[in-house]
Design a protein around this ligand. Structure first.
Ligand code: NDP
Length: 327
């Protein structure tokens, strides 16, 4: 058996962590031939709960699971890490200003970026799930100067999957009949799910639905789906978020299929007018190692306005964390 891949999950005792760890350990993220070692990072008061999750992981007797380490020390958690899933974040509490939220998260993602810089394996891949995910990823990335910036990503795959599901239901087709879906911008209410490039039955999906549905039903349904789930379930969308994290990493390591792409927030190289350095969602392909932004797509005026608005929000978040000295 090969050397296990070291996977670190932060916020491991939380809801998403609980939905995520069992799937990683069973091989659904890295494949049925890849043994894994799990590092669970938690804040001190949640260590005991993380131990409980680890007991359950033991009790699954997963053949691929070669070890579990639980710690509240980021340096230990990221030592030798190959895949880092940064799930734990400071949630916005009632009355909290955005600046306070960004500052609290800076206190989490700055030291984690530093610990990744100091100890991660050369091939480390980082996915930030904890919100505000794009800007948290930017904070971590800017404190890891020795790690190629492209290794830091933030999750928009859940938004992507939600867009696939909504479009498939509208067209009454399977999600697997849709290709080239894209989420642009920030993982926030300003995100832009793009049906102009998404294809079904050889045609753009935008050409098969009316603009009113696209603008006034599809986009807000995708963007506000998290709130709708909280409203319905009385709890946040942890299982689908964990599923999307699994999808993101699985696509990264397996590569995207020929003729298709996916969505991920990656460091901008200036493509599509997104300022260089912002971590923004794009149509991306993976060759199994690196993400590349799909180039050369025509952006119509409607899409341009939506992308610009979401990217402007990311710029404001970057300015705010800059002012706080976090990037
Ligand atoms: P969850 O596991 O439900 O969520 C964790 C993070 O994922 C939140 O920032 C949440 O954002 C975000 N998220 C992204 N997409 C989604 C989605 N679709 N649905 C729901 N959440 C989404 O939170 P819990 O409170 O259950 O658990 C968090 C854990 O993290 C706790 O155990 C806490 O102790 C830990 N923690 C660990 C840290 C560390 O390891 N250093 C630091 C901070 C916290 P949003 O808040 O916007 O929903």
């Amino acid at each position: 058996p090969s050397t296990p891949v070291k996977v670190t999950v932060t916020g491991a005792a939380g809801q998403i962590g609980y939905a995520l760890l069992f799937r990683i350990a069973s091989g659904q993220m890295l494949g049925p031939d890849t043994p894994v070692e799990l590092n669970l990072l938690e804040i001190t008061p949640a260590l005991k709960a993380a131990e409980g999750t680890a007991m359950e992981l033991d009790d699954c007797a997963f053949p691929l699971l070669r070890g579990i380490n639980i710690t509240d020390d980021a340096t230990k958690a990221f030592d030798g890490v190959n895949v880092a899933l940064l799930v734990g974040a400071r949630p916005r509490s009632a009355g909290m200003e955005r600046g306070d939220l960004l500052e609290a998260n800076g206190g989490i993602f700055k030291p984690q970026g530093e610990a990744i810089n100091a100890g991660a394996a050369d091939d480390v891949k980082v996915l930030v799930v904890g919100n505000p995910a794009n800007t948290n990823a930017l904070i971590a990335q800017s404190h890891a100067p020795d790690v190629p910036a492209g290794r830091f990503t933030a999750m928009t795959r859940l938004d992507h999957n939600r867009a696939l599901a909504q479009a498939a239901a509208k067209l009454d087709i399977g999600v697997d009949e849709i290709s080239k879906m894209t989420i642009w911008g920030n993982h926030s209410a300003s995100q832009y799910p793009d049906l102009f490039h998404a294809m079904a039955d050889g045609k753009s999906i935008a050409s098969q639905v009316d603009q009113d549905w696209l603008e006034n039903t599809f986009i807000p349904t995708v963007a506000k789906r998290g709130a709708a789930i909280i409203e319905a379930r009385g709890a946040s969308s942890a299982a689908s978020a964990a599923n999307a994290a699994i999808d993101h990493v699985a696509t990264w390591v397996q590569g995207t299929p020929e003729g298709d792409w996916t969505s991920a927030a990656v460091v901008s190289d200036g493509s599509y007018g997104v300022p260089e350095g912002l971590i923004s969602s794009f149509p991306v392909t993976s060759d199994g190692t690196e993400w590349s932004i799909v180039q050369g797509l025509d952006i119509d005026e409607f899409s341009r306005g939506k992308i610009d608005a979401s990217v402007a929000e990311l710029g404001e978040e970057r300015d705010a964390v800059k002012q706080l000295g976090l990037v």
